[in-house]
Structure formats: C-alpha cells, structure tokens
Design a protein around this ligand. Structure first.
Ligand SMILES: [Zn+2]
Length: 320
C-alpha cells in the first residue's frame, strides 16, 4: 500500500496537486492552469500532473480528486459548473490514461475530510464543513468517514432551502442558503438595501456592490454593511439548525475566502440563530461554529487522504 496519496483540487483557474502523507502533511506540490471548457485537455493536463508527481515520488500513488459540482458514485462528473464539464467519466478516463487507483468526489466534500483528518476538526469524528465563496458548498464527515450519499451528491449544504419562494439561486431553485449567504448573495443583499433612498451607507458610492465591498465597508464601521453580514449569518444559522437537527455533528466549520472575511460579523448571528432553532434547545449544547484552518490546502489534503482510504470508502473511483 502506498504511503502517500496524490491529491488534486480542480479549481476554476488552477489545478492544484500535492503529495499528501497519511497524517495530512503535504510533502510536495505542483500546479497547472485549468484548461477552460475542454474535457479532453483537462484529462490530458491532469494525466501529465499525475505522472510528474508519481515520477518525483518514485512510487505508484493512488489519486484523489476534488471538483466542484455533482460527481457520481462511478466517477462521472455529471455537472462541473466551474469549467463547463457535463457527463465527463473523469475517474475512468484518468484510470485508463495513467493507471492505478483514481477517486473523484465533490471539492467541498474532500475539503471536509481534509479538515477532519488534518485541520480544525482533527479532534472530532462528526462535522459539517460549509465553504463560502462565490457560492456555498459543503461536506459531511460522519463517524470519521466522508458521507457522499447514494449517488455521490450528499453535502450540498448551499442548497438547503431556508425560504420557500425566496431569492433565486444560481442552481435554478429559490430560497437556497446560497442565495442568502454566499459572497455573491452578500453583494445582492447589500444592493437591495440601496433601493431605499433613506439608507445611509458608504456602499452607495460604488458602481456595483459585491461581497468584498460589503466586508470592506463593515471593517470601516459601516452600519448597513454590518447589518447585511449579520443577516447572512442569520440565514446560515437557519440552515445549520436543520443540518444539526438531522446529523447531530460535534462541530461546524466555515471555510472559504468569504467566510474568513465575513466571520467577525457573521459568526455570532450564525451561532445565535442556529441555537434558537435546534430541537430541544433548552436541553442541549449547540455544536461550536468555528473557522476552518487549512485554507486553500483543504482540497488537496482531503483529496490525497481520500485516495488513501480503504477501497470500500464512499466516493467515486476506479481501482487498479
Ligand atoms: Zn440552490
């Protein structure tokens, strides 16, 4: 059995790869630009990346891959929104190209595994990771194992419905958490507040208010910006209450750039609102809500560790 897993995080702009030891330590890194909208070039570039790292490690490394979107149990990326991929049999194509074990899972799911094994969740077996960036992703670790569901699609925390008939979500539905607490949603919530001419805020001076503008304004003490982030935090708390009622995790982690930037204003309302909506809230302690710690490395670390999991582990794969 290999002592290292090769973890790859397929991002919208970069393919990040790392050689990951069983304790989650990164011992080697590499990266390539993500080829845009071309599955054939994507598979070829990934193959080159895998072969380069296997050569340096001088051993047949199992490969784990995290990618945004819906990844099925047999390694087909049904829908990869970042790079316009549809129905790509990624695990099979890479297994054919480079051989060995290839496991593919959703990017936020593998990040959750990374945080649980080697990050902010290393002391617990059950956690929910919510990643907040342009959108909202999520991953679930239950009993120390990644929960991917019957089809591989579990963990889409961003599409927990918090308001039926609510704000439109990029997924096509309405009222999803992503429409209230993503970086994009924070910008949209702020723009809505500008409709009232009586609202006094520094955001009014900007052409098009986006999420980072809101956190920047909150840092300068803008009251409206702070209220928007508190509102987003409250919606996150609503979604987390449902998640905790179903899964009873030990810990909730928030990761992603927008979460880090907005945490000073979002965390308290998230915790408060979640606690208020838990079943039997007078008789239990709500799980802590904390920031993740692995940052951009969570994906490669989790993907590398997923590759090292026993073959019965959940996640889509092609074995040697
Ligand atoms: Zn949605």
């Amino acid at each position: 059995m290999s002592s290292y897993g090769l973890g790859i995080d397929i991002g919208g702009t970069q393919l990040r790869a790392a050689l990951v030891a069983a304790d989650g330590t990164i011992v080697e890194r590499d990266r390539r630009p993500t080829p845009a909208d071309d599955p054939t070039t994507l598979v070829r570039t990934l193959s080159q990346l895998i072969e380069a790292l296997r050569e340096r490690a001088d051993q047949p490394l199992p490969v784990g891959i995290g990618m945004a979107g819906l990844v099925t149990g047999d390694g087909v990326v049904r829908y990869g929104p970042n790079i316009g991929v549809r129905d790509l049999p990624l695990a099979a194509a890479l297994h054919e190209a480079v051989g060995g074990r290839v496991v593919v899972a959703n990017d936020a799911s593998v990040a959750a595994l990374g945080e649980q094994r080697a990050g902010a969740g290393s002391a617990v077996k059950d956690l929910i990771l919510v990643t907040i960036g342009t959108g909202v992703g999520g991953g679930l670790v239950v009993g120390g194992r990644l929960l991917t569901g019957a089809s591989g699609f579990a963990g889409e925390v961003g599409h927990v419905v918090v308001a039926e008939h609510g704000r439109p979500c990029p997924c096509g539905n309405r009222g999803c958490l992503e429409a209230y607490a993503s970086g994009s949603a924070i910008g949209a919530l702020a723009r809505d507040r500008l409709v009232d001419p009586a609202t006094v805020t520094s955001l009014r001076d900007l052409d098009h208010v986006a999420g980072p503008d809101v956190t920047a304004a909150a840092r300068s003490g803008d009251r409206v910006a702070v209220e928007v982030l508190e509102e987003a935090g409250g919606w996150l708390g609503v979604a987390m209450a449902s998640m905790v009622n179903v899964l009873d995790p030990q810990l909730i982690l928030l990761g992603g750039g927008a979460a880090e930037a907005a945490a000073p204003w979002m965390l308290a309302p998230t915790r408060r609102t979640m606690a208020a909506h838990l079943v039997g809230s007078a008789w239990r302690e709500p799980p802590p809500v904390e920031l993740a710690v692995l940052g951009d490395d969570a994906g490669v670390v989790g993907a590398g560790l997923l590759a090292l999991e026993p073959a019965t582990a959940s996640g889509s794969e092609q074995d040697a």
